[in-house]
Design a protein around this ligand. Structure first.
Ligand SMILES: C[S@@+](CC[C@H](N)C(=O)[O-])C[C@H]1O[C@@H](n2cnc3c(N)ncnc32)[C@H](O)[C@@H]1O
Length: 348
């Protein structure tokens, strides 16, 4: 099918292609949704009064316990438990590799290897290639077919309607920075600061994030839709522990994606404090965490060697919201997307 690459035609800059297309390693999706369709992408505000929820009623999050083999091997070799920062490096290197894969090509190759292993009659080889086949298929489904990890339409629906202009956005534990780039497209001409203490995130995860990936956002001149690309945004990548950041309450949006669930309950108040500390009184704290649902549990089971290097919980939106509420935030929007819970809050 013939497609115009709008990025190459600045004349059409403010008319984004309303389309989706599968690339070897990701899905491009600049489809708009109508007001009527909005609720398909985010299920909003299921809790009417947070003060009525208690841990006794909703229970605590589900802890993912099956650790990646590379972490277990490291711990055996080093005779101690892996520290969080090292575990993040293991995770980031491992996860990044999957975003780089040419998935259709890999599926073909692993299928071939599987058939070969069957012919070899070696149970260990059959088991290994079967596992690889399961992993590549689940990745293909979760990341390319469903686009559940980046989930641009779900996140746009969650992030819509914020009262910010040219916002300063701080992303805590940014990895490749996806959600801040999306916010920067929706609320343009601001500034993005990505923070991660794992340097690999800057040198690989962010750097290798495809420059041709289109973020559907808005044109500040006309108010109409516009597609933005990474290289058109004002982004600074800071390598630092969040605890050492020099900033004050100066950001319009403080964001974290998949951070809170990596800390046990005794540390969660500190994590919430990290968000409060940098957010203007008029600003927004935006957080997402992976959902506790059957297919996410299955995903972390099958993808254990790829994903499970760190302490990790899966939670419901009620559990996530109660952590946010108990730690002194006003929840102004909450909901769930395909695989994540999302909360927009204000500091009380
Ligand atoms: C699970 S990742 C975020 C999810 C991300 N969207 C992804 O695709 O991997 C969390 C990130 O937070 C970073 N991180 C964790 N604790 C941190 C800290 N104290 N200071 C800075 N970065 C931290 C880790 O290095 C990791 O890259």
């Amino acid at each position: 099918m013939f497609k115009i690459n709008l990025h190459e035609y600045s004349l059409f800059e403010s008319f984004p292609a309303d389309e989706t297309e599968l690339f070897p390693s990701y899905r491009k999706d600049t489809r708009q949704y109508s007001e009527r369709e909005y609720n398909k992408f985010v299920k909003l505000n299921t809790v009417s009064d947070w003060s009525q929820l208690s841990w006794k009623d909703i229970g605590k999050p589900f802890e993912v316990k099956n650790l990646a083999k590379s972490r277990l091997d490291w711990e055996n070799e080093n005779g101690r438990s892996m520290d969080p920062k090292t575990s993040w490096r293991f995770f980031n290197e491992s996860f990044h590799e999957w975003f780089q894969k040419d998935v259709p090509k890999e599926i073909k190759e692993i299928r071939k290897a599987f058939l070969k292993s069957l012919a070899s009659f070696k149970a260990s080889q059959v088991k290994q290639t079967l596992k690889e086949l399961g992993q590549i298929h689940i990745w293909n489904y979760a990341h390319r077919i469903q686009d559940g990890i980046w989930d641009p339409r779900g996140k746009r629906a969650l992030f819509e309607g914020l009262d910010v202009k040219k916002p300063r956005i701080l992303f805590l534990g940014a990895a490749e920075g996806y959600e801040a780039l999306q916010l920067a497209a929706m609320y343009p001409d601001g500034e993005v600061i990505l923070v991660d203490y794992d340097e690999y995130c800057k040198t690989h995860r962010f750097k290798d994030f495809p420059e041709s990936y289109p973020f559907l956002g808005s044109n500040p001149q006309t108010g109409s839709s516009k597609v933005w690309y990474k290289d058109q945004m004002n982004i600074e990548y800071v390598i630092s522990d969040i605890r050492d950041l020099p900033y004050g309450k100066e950001f319009d949006i403080v964001l974290s994606v998949g951070l809170l669930e990596h800390f046990p309950d005794e540390i969660k108040p500190e994590v919430m404090e990290w968000h409060r500390k940098f957010c203007k009184d008029s600003g927004y704290v935006i957080m997402t965490t992976p959902r506790a649902q059957l297919h996410s549990k299955l995903y972390y089971e099958i993808m254990a060697d790829v994903m499970n290097h760190t302490y990790r919980e899966l939670m419901t939106i009620e559990q996530m919201g109660l952590y946010v509420y108990e730690n002194g935030f006003d929840i102004i929007r909450h909901g769930f997307l395909k695989v994540h819970n999302g909360i927009i809050a204000k500091v009380k």
